[in-house]
Design a protein around this ligand. Structure first.
Ligand SMILES: [Zn+2]
Length: 577
């Protein structure tokens, strides 16, 4: 088999293989619902012929995509499409080359007319998309591809919606894209001089050293020096290095980096024994300041040096985004409805209210609280239940709030039974902390606050607990007032439905036990022990269970509403960020 026909076969195979195993770097792109975009092409053919043509273009997610058939026509290139393959022909001084693109493949191959071997392979950042019997790619990619393939200065200005194509002469050296023939040892040869190539070249290794402000990529070689061309990174950060004659193992010349200035270096043998190296720079955070390509005859090393400028704005933006994401996830954890604190009023030496038949508040409420805890544990395995007391013992009022705070509770529910001089008073009410709105509320608060007198040194402990402090602490609880009110409403509603007690409403009063917890807090007065009938009901286990179930029904409504509100506010924060 002739050498010229065996190698092309391999190259074609390689392109197909790469097309299959490297189907684009991102997810499949769709141009559905893209809106049309104004894009024009200004071409200069020679000193007399220049023209402007409108191109078909679409915009999606901030990127502009151009119809390659309309762009090819504008550049006066013959093109045909068959299925998902677009072939474009460029005729330069009678030499025709064909560029072949396939929808979904990041690789474009170039071959001479009437030849089967692939001459060059270009890797694009995005794969072309098939739409309206044409292929579409990002304008930056289109310009880079045509510019490299045709060796003409073609540039894209996204702000002006304009592509400039200078087709008159081969691409000159420029800041944006440079082709340099490596020719360092012979100073007598001018640019464009191609030394006679004498013998095989093998690329034996790749070495990358990152500097503080740039990078040096070294290709170690054996054998004679090969002409090579280097095309500086374009606006997307893609640079191309082509060794006109070189062997080497692509796997050994492949590097991938995370988070640095260079993203990836990939080697690809192309037609006629050439080797193409694609270097992808990370232009998201770094700007390419300058770029250079040299050959060191002493060590037979080809060196690409790229100096970078950190794009400070992008780094700050990325850091800010990261911080917001972290804050959001921390907030989400903070607001997770994961702990509920159940507080059975009184206990130990403090019996609370005592009914005419001797029923003690501390016993009734402990039963209700323990039932309620059982239901929550069963129904909500994801919620931790904390009891301020799980048995008959005395706990100072302030201590109860501290237990709630220490456990990072998301709701504090204190359960009591009421008592009044008026034996006919009956029914249930739910309190939240706040200034007493009426005498009755004040009376209940005073009654429940009485418990402090059972504490040793209570005068010292609650020194400063005055009306003024009450207002201060209710201000502190203000942050939770809305949530507390909502919880109170739902809990009362649930209880009413299950027990059919007299509904005495949601009220505000200065309960000391609600003073300390830093979370939405409610105090349930589950009926009057001073009322003979209610005392009879309240001492029954079945009725205590009913109250617990009713409270839980209310908590279910509260939790659903709470989580819905958190979600909405999270989304709002995200939208603002
Ligand atoms: Zn009580």
């Amino acid at each position: 088999m002739k050498e010229s026909s065996s190698r092309p076969g391999f190259a074609v195979f390689l392109v197909l293989l790469l097309t299959v195993i490297l189907p684009g770097k991102g997810h499949a792109l769709s141009l559905e619902n893209a809106r049309s975009e104004k894009l024009s092409l200004h071409a200069v053919l020679d000193f007399k012929v220049r023209y402007t043509t409108g191109l078909k273009a679409l915009r999606k997610n901030g990127a502009v995509y151009v119809d390659l058939r309309s762009m090819s026509r504008a550049l006066r290139l013959y093109n045909t499409i068959e299925g998902n393959r677009l072939s474009v022909t460029w005729s330069d001084k009678g030499m025709k080359t064909i560029c072949l693109l396939t929808a979904g493949s990041n690789f474009a191959s170039v071959r001479d007319e009437n030849a089967t071997d692939v001459k060059r392979v270009f890797q694009m950042r995005t794969a072309p998309v098939l739409k309206d019997r044409s292929l579409w790619i990002r304008a930056e990619d289109a310009v880079r591809l045509y510019s490299l393939w045709m060796n003409r200065q073609i540039s894209y200005n996204g702000k002006k919606g304009r592509i400039d194509a200078f087709l008159w002469s081969p691409r000159p050296d420029s800041v944006h894209s440079t082709v340099g023939i490596v020719n360092t040892e012979d100073r007598t040869t001018g640019p464009g001089f191609v030394p006679r190539y004498t013998g095989p070249t093998t690329l034996t290794g790749l070495n990358v050293s990152e500097l503080a402000n740039g990078i040096i990529i070294k290709f170690k070689a054996t054998g004679s020096k090969t002409p090579a061309s280097y095309i500086k990174p374009d606006s997307l950060g893609n640079a191309t290095l082509t060794f006109q004659h070189a062997r080497g193992t692509p796997a050994e010349l492949h590097r991938k980096f995370k988070g640095g200035f260079v993203k990836e270096i990939r080697a690809m043998p192309i037609g006629k024994g050439a080797m193409q190296i694609d270097i992808a720079f990370n232009t998201e955070f770094f700007n390419v300041k300058s770029s250079d390509f040299t050959w060191d005859p002493r060590t037979n090393t080809y060196k690409v040096m790229v100096m970078s400028d950190v794009d400070v704005k992008s780094v700050y933006r990325a850091e800010k985004e990261k911080r917001i994401a972290q804050d959001l996830s921390r907030d989400a954890r903070k607001w997770l409805f994961d702990t509920i604190v159940l507080d059975a009023g009184h206990g130990g030496k403090d019996p609370g209210a005592i009914g005419p038949s001797g029923t003690r508040e501390k016993d009734v409420v402990l039963n209700i609280v323990l039932y309620l805890g059982q239901i929550i544990r069963k129904e909500w395995p994801d919620v931790k239940v904390v009891y301020t007391r799980g048995n008959d013992r005395f706990i100072p009022l302030k201590q109860r709030g501290k237990i709630a705070n220490r456990n990072d509770g998301k709701l504090f529910v204190s359960i009591h039974c009421n008592a009044a001089r008026n034996r006919s008073a009956r029914g249930a009410e739910v309190y939240i902390l706040g200034p007493h709105k009426n005498k009755d509320a004040l009376r209940v608060a005073m009654l429940e606050n009485e418990a402090i007198k059972q504490e040793e040194d209570y005068e010292k402990r609650y020194e400063g607990f005055s009306e003024e402090h009450m207002i201060m602490s209710s201000l502190a609880q203000n942050a939770f007032t809305l949530q507390s009110k909502e919880a109170a409403r739902y809990v009362l509603k649930g209880m009413m439905k299950k027990t059919r007690m007299n509904d005495r409403g949601v009220r505000q009063a200065g309960f000391m036990v609600l003073w300390t917890p830093s979370m939405p807090s409610v105090l349930v007065e589950a009926g009057y022990l001073s009322n003979r009938e209610e005392e009879k009901m309240l001492r029954r286990l079945s009725f205590q269970k009913k109250i617990a179930v009713g409270i839980f029904d209310g908590l279910k409504l509260y939790r659903a509403s709470y989580e819905k509100q958190r979600l909405a506010s999270d989304m709002e924060t995200k939208a603002k960020g």
